[in-house]
Write a protein that binds this ligand. Structure first.
Ligand SMILES: COCc1ccccc1-c1cc(O)c2[nH]cnc(=O)c2c1
Ligand SMILES: [Mg+2]
Length: 214
């Protein structure tokens, strides 16, 4: 029995999903985490909202803050057009290693670049070190205390352009009240709330979309 939950999730995917089939990987993670062990993947209910917003945005450049096991990374990657640039930031090296293997098994590893480190370290390096200009889509799902400072950092680093779409998970549970207050009261964002539930639970949660007006 592997010693950490994330390794058990990976093993379940390797044994139950179809190699090269991203949706089977997503479904296997949802099955394991709803039947065996809860884990903080965005899940299918909020995942379908994520899918809709990614499809509507159809980004050429996308950023994810908080890779975890790679569940939302696989969901996003399978919707991206050929040649799109997708970067995902993960602070925990063990989680990053799991996600790398999930992306490889799903067959989306060519579409995603995992950047290991803290968002506050990596965001200021994105233009210089990772040849990024601006992001069309950003999924914020790392740690609620970092939502607001990292949003401000993205602005300050010139990584947002008119129309950039930020989508934040967990704005109700665990909650990101300062983030909601910031984007909803700042005239530079157009906000929409998407009520949903905490992954694999009945608890209320929501996604918040904040479109940068430039
Ligand atoms: C470690 O806490 C796990 C947990 C426990 C209870 C309720 C919610 C969460 C939770 C749910 C999520 O979708 C999350 N997404 C991203 N970063 C998180 O820290 C996170 C936490
Ligand atoms: Mg989350």
């Amino acid at each position: 029995m592997p010693q950490i939950k994330e390794q058990r999730i990976l093993d379940y995917v390797l044994q139950n999903a179809v190699k090269g089939d991203p949706q089977s990987v997503v479904d296997a993670i949802d099955k394991y985490c709803s039947e065996k062990e809860w884990a903080m993947n965005v899940g299918n209910e909020k995942g379908l909202i994520l899918d809709k917003i990614v499809s509507e945005t159809n980004p050429s450049t996308a950023l994810e803050l908080g890779t975890y096991c790679g569940y939302s990374g696989v969901r996003i990657a399978q919707l991206l057009k050929p040649g799109a640039c997708f970067l995902t930031v993960e602070k925990n090296p063990v989680h990053a290693a799991i996600a790398k293997q999930i992306f490889e098994f799903a067959g989306v590893q060519e579409k995603i670049k995992i950047l290991e480190g803290s968002s506050e370290e990596i965001i200021p390096q994105l233009k210089s070190k990772h040849k990024v200009n601006t992001f069309d889509f950003i999924f914020i799902d790392h740690w609620s205390d970092r939502y607001t400072p990292d949003t401000k950092l993205l602005e300050e680093c010139g990584l947002l352009k008119q129309g950039s779409v930020l989508l934040a998970d967990n704005v109700i549970y665990p909650g990101a009240p300062d983030f909601l207050q910031y984007v909803r009261n700042c005239s530079r964002y157009e906000c929409t709330n998407y009520p949903s539930h905490l992954e694999y639970m009945d608890k209320e949660d929501a996604l918040e979309k904040a479109v940068f007006k430039g």
